[in-house]
Every structure is written in C-alpha cells, then in structure tokens.
Design a protein around this ligand. Structure first.
Ligand SMILES: *Cc1c(COP(=O)(O)O)cnc(C)c1O
Length: 374
C-alpha cells in the first residue's frame, strides 16, 4: 500500500516545539500565560485594522461567545450561510435561537447577497428581525463583502464573520477576520495553521474582547472568593497550545504560498480535462489562502467515482460541505435560496491540500485522477 496522502494535515515549523518546552520549563501549563498573550498580539498585528484578539479553546467557542455578546437568546433568529461546516450553525442552537439559512452564489460559493436581503425582508415581514448574520469564507475564498456589509448595515444587523478557513486570505487588500463586528478563527488540526485545537475571537471593539475573556474564564467577578453574576464558560486557550500557535504564526505566510501553489499545480495538471472545473478568484479583489483546493466535476464520472478511486490508492479526498438546510438536525428551519449550494455539494470535491505535500504526492494524485479520465 502506498503511503497515505491526507486532505490537510498539521505542518509544524521550527519554533513550535521550543515554545512548548518553554511552557513546561516555566510551568505555565494552564489556560493563561505568556504564550497566550503573545499569540493574541501576533494575531492582532498580522490582521491589522486595529483589531483586538482573544485566544480561545476552539473556533466554535469563539462563535458561541460572539452570539452571547450580541445578545442572541431563546426565540431569536440568526441568519447563517447554509453551505458550511456545522460548527458555524451549532452555536445558534446552543443559545436556543433558530438559524435561518441562506444559499450560496456561484462565484465564491459563499453567501448570496441577493438571497440574504430576501431573507432579511421576509423575516422582518413575518415579525422578527434577525439578530446577527454569520458569513463564512469557504475554503479560504472571500465572500462578496462589498455587497454583504452594506446590506447588513442598511438593516442594522451585525455581521459575525466565520473566517475559520480563511486566515491569510484578504479582500481588497484587507485581511479576512477583520470585516465582522466580530470575527472568528480556528486552529483545529486540519486548518491552515493549528494549535492542535483552538480558536480566536477578533473585533475592533476592545470592550467585547475584554468581555469575551471574562466569559471564557468562568465569569469570575472581581472578589477574593468565587463570586459570579454571569453564567461563565471554560473557553480559554491553553498556554501550551498558544506556544504552538506562536510558532505557526512565523510560517503562516509560507503556508499560504504553498497552499496556493498546490491549487496552481492541480489547475495546470487538469487543464485538458474538461469535466474538471476550478473556482478561480473572481477578480483581483479576492485573495484566497487556498486552504483546500476544490474542484467541480461535470459529466459522466462523478465526484464520488473519483473519491472512491483515489481512496483505493490511499489518497484522501472529501465532498464539499453538505449544506445545513439539508442536514437532519436542521430539518424544517427556514431557508432562502435557489439550489446553488445543493448543486455545488453534488459536484464538488476537495483534493489533498496540505502545505506539507511533496511534489511526488501531488504527482501521484494527478496521475491517479488522470487515469480515471483516460
Ligand atoms: C473549523 C471550522 C469551524 C470550527 O472551528 P473549531 O476550531 O473546529 O471549533 C467553524 N466554521 C468553519 C467554517 C470551520 O471550517
């Protein structure tokens, strides 16, 4: 059996292990410490725009705190991109609120501005103004922020930007993760950089970030004894994990460059196969980190044929995210769209995309895939 080629596996640089050792040597083995503060500073300075950052235990925790800070509660509605990972939508349910799902558009595969506005108008006509809009940048591709932000502003609904897959991407020169009233990042093991598991909440509003740190450490009031006037959470990032994160920040730019070169490799390798379509950046305004290289498969050979064929050679691929409005857990919740995300799901495939893939790995994927089309 050939060696396994993973979809997206962790890729450590030079300093991660040194930082972890330092955490051990100084006994900062806790969900606070100098690496946590340092990682927050590294992220804030990378993102720019004057943002503040709270390092947390996961991207999901960051989304949950964002919704709490925006006052989302039982009976509220929150608009969310349908085509995404379930973690984008689950925190809505944690708060006892109802998601309202919005379809994707063809160019970026992200939230359709047209269906977003239709959803807002219809929910308001039905008597409920949505409390927030969760926009996702799938696979690192920026959503159409120039259309989405003005719509959100017009109806005065805050945008929560799910940039879990999009660290290192930018739109019109501005880093993703700085567009939302609040934005979230993920450092799960499969993301472009990882802390083994972790996330961050990002905002220009320092008060929100201060409050998120308070809520993430069990909401302890300032008192010598344990005194609580809010429900708290245990959502802070460990100092050991943050040490890994600091090392990963040193190589982030290289990771983005390699992931983008994976995409270019596939595009050139399959240039002559008409059935394989690529999702290019729509204009120069869009800069994707190419977290995953994704393709659409048209014609007689299906994406499932390809997935099973590559699996036989120990190569991991995955269908695109299955839209949330098609998921059993969200059966019956409102959806606004035209079937675009369903079509993308049926045809779309994620190819091996790790920044640690060797040239020979990419060649092996290309050879196997081309073989199927001959
Ligand atoms: C990974 C991911 C998350 C969740 O992040 P975790 O750190 O795994 O909790 C949320 N949204 C999207 C789009 C993701 O890909």
């Amino acid at each position: 059996m050939n060696d396994k080629i993973w979809l997206s596996s962790p890729h450590m640089g030079e300093s991660e292990f040194e930082n972890v050792k330092e955490a051990f040597e100084t006994n900062w083995i806790a969900p606070l410490g100098p690496h946590v503060d340092g990682f927050e500073r590294d992220l804030a300075s990378f993102l720019g725009e004057g943002v503040h950052v709270a390092a947390l235990s996961s991207g999901t925790a960051a989304l949950h705190l964002a919704l709490i800070l925006l006052g989302v509660g039982a009976g509220d509605e929150v608009i969310c991109q349908s085509m995404t990972f379930s973690a984008s939508a689950n925190p809505i349910a944690y708060q006892g609120a109802t998601p309202v799902f919005v379809d994707s558009e063809e160019e970026t595969w992200n939230m359709s501005p047209e269906h977003l506005e239709a959803a807002i108008q219809d929910r308001m006509a039905k008597g409920k103004k949505p409390k927030a809009i969760i926009v996702v940048h799938l696979y690192g591709m920026p959503a159409q922020m120039d259309c989405i932000i003005p719509i959100a502003d017009r109806y005065e609904i805050p945008v929560v930007e799910d940039a879990a897959e999009a660290l290192g991407s930018s739109y019109k020169g501005q880093k993703l993760g700085t567009f939302g009233a609040m934005s979230i990042l993920s450092f799960n093991g499969n993301k472009i950089i990882t802390t083994s598991g972790g996330g961050a909440l990002v905002s220009k509003n320092e008060e929100w970030i201060r409050k998120s740190r308070f809520l993430a450490t069990q909401a302890r009031d300032a008192a010598p004894h344990y005194q609580h006037s809010h429900i708290g959470y245990n959502y802070r990032m460990s100092n050991v994990c943050a040490g890994i994160g600091r090392g990963q920040m040193e190589v982030l730019t290289q990771r983005v460059a390699k992931r983008r070169s994976n995409y270019t490799f596939y595009k050139e390798a399959f240039a002559n196969i008409e059935a394989i379509r690529f999702a290019d950046e729509p204009t120069e305004d869009y800069y994707s980190n190419r977290w995953l290289s994704t393709v659409l498969i048209e014609g007689a050979i299906t994406r499932e044929d390809i997935r099973l064929h590559l699996e036989k050679d120990n190569i991991e691929t995955r269908p695109l995210w299955k839209p949330m409005h098609l998921q059993p857990i969200f059966a019956g919740v409102p959806f606004y769209g035209d079937g675009t995300s369903e079509r993308l799901f049926e045809k779309g495939l994620c190819l091996p995309s790790g920044s640690n893939l060797a040239e020979a790995d990419l060649e092996r994927v290309a050879a196997q895939l081309k073989g199927l089309f001959q």
